[in-house]
Design a protein around this ligand. Structure first.
Ligand code: ATP
Ligand code: MG
Length: 214
């Protein structure tokens, strides 16, 4: 399998505080990798670096063998998509959010496709014209996730995206992500959820900014 990410001697420091310490890791294309570790251990920071939202202090990250710093940001974001731990919806309506992925690609809004995707996460077409103020936290999470997936990236990074969901909706999201993974999407999933951790076959642990025995 081809390596999609190579992380070499990566550290991240803010002032005197070392948040990530000398991380080395290779991730193969097509993997569904689960990232675990105590709260405050550096998981989200590491994922933000892989998503090129912040830059490592030292070391490098290669994506398909190429330093991520050399990619054009918009292009990179379409290949490596980050689903936030605390998603926010922008604009006035759900439509504004789901139209955005089409706009950045200069494509026309495809309502039939959007309805299909909403249904995949247990939401119906009436949600399109709902105000962003009238959707629940769990609905917001699922809508935000669709923003990441309407156009399939190469890598999806999910940061505790099922944390606010009930069992039924968690299962719906798991099924959808499994299907995307089977179709070739590489997934990096940060979670504290015991059942997700138990079900995962590939797992890494970060403790106190250090990657444990890979
Ligand atoms: N820009 C920053 N400036 C100072 N400290 C930061 C900064 N970003 C992160 N930290 C600190 O780095 C540590 C790691 O944060 P991070 O968000 O990566 O943890 P996490 O493993 O995702 O935790 P959780 O499981 O609670 O989401 C925390 O102690 C956090 O306060
Ligand atoms: Mg976090």
């Amino acid at each position: 399998m081809e390596k999609i990410f190579e992380v070499k001697n990566l550290s991240y420091q803010v002032g005197e505080t070392k948040i990530l310490k000398d991380i080395n890791l290779e991730i193969e294309q097509g993997k569904y990798l689960t990232v675990v570790g105590p709260s405050g251990s550096g998981k989200s920071t590491f994922m933000r670096i892989l998503a090129s939202m912040i830059s490592a202090t030292t070391g490098e990250v290669l994506f398909h063998g190429k330093d991520i710093a050399t990619f054009e940001p918009t292009e990179y974001r379409q290949k490596v998509s980050y689903a936030f731990q605390q998603p926010t919806l922008f604009g006035k309506t759900v439509r504004d959010n789901l139209a955005f992925p089409f706009e950045v690609r200069k494509q026309e809004f495809d309502e039939a496709k959007v309805i299909k995707y909403l249904e995949m996460v247990n939401l119906n077409q009436d949600y399109i014209d709902k105000s962003v103020n009238d959707v629940s936290g769990g609905e917001k999470q699922r809508i935000a996730l669709l923003r990441n997936l309407l156009f399939q990236p190469e890598v999806l990074i999910t940061d505790e995206v099922t944390a606010g969901l009930d069992t039924e909706n968690k299962a719906i999201v798991h099924k959808m992500l499994n299907e995307f993974n089977e179709r070739g999407l590489t997934i990096l999933r940060v979670t504290h959820d015991e059942s997700e951790i138990e079900a995962s076959t590939d797992k890494i642990t970060i403790k106190n900014g250090v990657l444990q025995n890979v």
